[in-house]
Ligand binder design. Structure first.
Ligand code: ADP
Length: 261
């Protein structure tokens, strides 16, 4: 039975979503539905279409098919309300000459407008986002003086500062050392559980992705599976996607990828 994406309860969804670069089709008629309050990790080999899928869902990539945000066609949302509802973190977001705090404050423009002044609610959102990402101490430093990992956390803080109900994050753990990858994974989990946010992130570190509530496994622009980690493991979706046996072990409640060396 076709999924009713306009139904209440779906934070984000797509039906028949396809993307082509020139003559080359890289996403093939994808149907997906994302619930609020869950963190979904999108995994698959390099070039399988993870970034393209996320960009298309964010409305940043020309595509065919339908995309729904909170039950309404994405295209019908006025720009500013859409930016309040859906926040986007690009892979390798650009470095600017702004300070870290100024950069995070950009996340509030969908609330204040370009000419509006920030109110206490905006300052509180900026502070909470910087606190959650451990970026407060670099508030006055220019982005260009931060390391790749530090900058990545500032960009994540900017996305959080929007307080959007849908967060689309393209490789949010890139450049981060293992403890900070873990922090970001916990942050995504908490945003989902405690704030009811629908978090969708492309993640290439398998052990981090396996901590998500749901997995979407992609291969050659098609979905191999969308479901719980247990469903992904029992169906061996990862081996099917990567075209090689992927062995996952369980240790202290966590699933870990065990490379065969
Ligand atoms: P992933 O995020 O899984 O690594 P991408 O979505 O970046 O995959 O890319 C999917 C496919 O589309 C790849 O084959 C890639 O080379 C191609 N592709 C991505 N962006 C472009 C672009 N702007 N122009 C042409 N081809 C692109």
């Amino acid at each position: 039975m076709a999924v009713d994406l306009a139904s209440v309860g779906s934070a984000l969804g797509c039906r028949g979503l396809s993307v082509a670069y020139g003559q080359r089709k890289v996403l093939h008629e994808i149907d997906l539905e994302f619930e609020p309050g869950l963190w979904t990790a999108v995994v698959g080999p390099n070039g399988s279409g993870k970034s393209t899928l996320l960009r298309a869902l964010a409305g940043l990539q020309s595509s065919r098919g339908e995309i729904f945000l909170a039950g309404r066609p994405l295209k019908s949302w006025p720009r500013r309300s859409r930016a309040r509802q859906l926040a986007w973190l690009a892979q390798g977001a650009p470095t600017t000459d702004l300070t870290a705090r100024e950069s995070v404050a950009l996340g509030r423009f969908s609330h204040t407008g370009w000419l509006g002044s920030r109110e206490s609610v905006d300052e509180a959102a900026i502070e909470a986002a910087m606190d959650a990402t451990g970026t407060t101490e670099w508030g006055h430093r220019r982005l260009s003086t931060l390391s790749g990992g530090e900058r990545q956390r500032v960009h994540l803080a900017r996305a959080l500062a929007t307080q959007a109900k849908v967060l689309l994050l393209d490789e949010p753990t890139t450049h981060l050392d293992p403890p900070h990858q873990q922090d970001v994974a916990l942050l995504m989990k908490r945003q989902a559980r405690e704030q009811g946010v629908c978090v969708v992130s492309a993640i290439h570190e398998l052990s981090i992705a396996l901590a998500a509530d749901r997995l979407i496994v992609v291969k050659d622009g098609m979905i191999i599976g969308h479901g719980s980690v247990n469903e992904a493991l029992s169906g061996d979706w990862l081996s099917a996607a990567f075209g090689t046996p992927i062995e996952i072990v369980q240790m202290q409640g966590a699933f870990l990828w065990c490379p065969k060396l």
